[in-house]
Ligand binder design. Sequence first.
Ligand code: ATP
Ligand code: MG
Length: 308
Amino acid sequence: MSRSESKPNPDQREVSALKPLTSSRSRFAGGEALPRQAFASPGTIAGRGSEFVEFVEPQRDAKELVLSPDISRTLYDVVDEYRHGDTIRSHGLPLRSRLLFCGPPGCGKSLTAEVLAREVGLPFMIAKLDTLVGSMLGETASNLRRMFETAERQTSVLFLDEFDALARTRSDPTEHSEMRRVVNNLLLMIEQFKGRGVVVAATNLESTIDPAIIRRFDEVILFDRPNATEIRRLIKFKTRNFGLDFDIAEDAKQLLGRSHADVERICFTAMRHAIMARRKKIFRDDFDYAIKSDRRRKDIQNKVSTSI
Ligand SMILES: Nc1ncnc2c1ncn2[C@@H]1O[C@H](COP(=O)(O)OP(=O)(O)OP(=O)(O)O)[C@@H](O)[C@H]1O
Ligand SMILES: [Mg+2]
């Protein structure tokens, strides 16, 4: 079967995402996830550099993700290429294995990295950048090298979360020059990464990312706040075990500008409210209550963050 025949068009994927509980096809995988590779025995992972990473068994499923068709397509292609990695490599071509996820908080960067690990059947290896950078400055570069050696030994999805802390450092001219060297070093290691796995870096920065950083990545994906359609899908998915007693179209519009995590929290509040009223369905009243408490929370957040 040719690649184009086997790949659903983005609209079909959109539809399958709306029916996550009945569809066995995952969001951006377009097929079964690759079989999970056995975690290396602790003896293999242990050793130089392993103290700077944490292995997490991916729990979350692609069916949970609500992404724009554009992001779904890119991730689909990355996973699909990974499935055909040997063929691509046999033509002397590299795989897209260095991904930069950027965008505001709570829009799915970490979740997608975890799901990606599950889809390609690799261990999810989270870099403990704070531990690594927290040590003596002079040691940081060698710690970084050791961490990358670990990732090359144990094929995995290496996740460099809050990469923005380092990225910001690099563009800040007042920063200690050694620290800037460390960031350059990290970028070089990402560029020279020889492992068979995938490196994913995540940052909250959107517009101020140094072009030198972007250049190091095969794919840069912007995780934006959900549009009205995506908010509706998210609400439907998050409340799937309850059921809604009203049309959420208007409520979805009210939530424009909120992150996926905000919408999720509003759904949780509405469900708790329904439970307290001994109902198995969510009424508009539950949702209004949840939206009001979210507004209150945002107001407090704004006051607190502007007063610091
Ligand atoms: N695109 C999404 N689809 C479905 N659920 C989402 C999505 N984005 C976020 N969520 C929900 O919000 C939670 C927090 O999201 P996540 O940690 O992935 O955000 P993030 O972009 O990594 O944020 P941060 O920049 O703060 O690290 C997720 O665990 C998930 O439950
Ligand atoms: Mg995150």
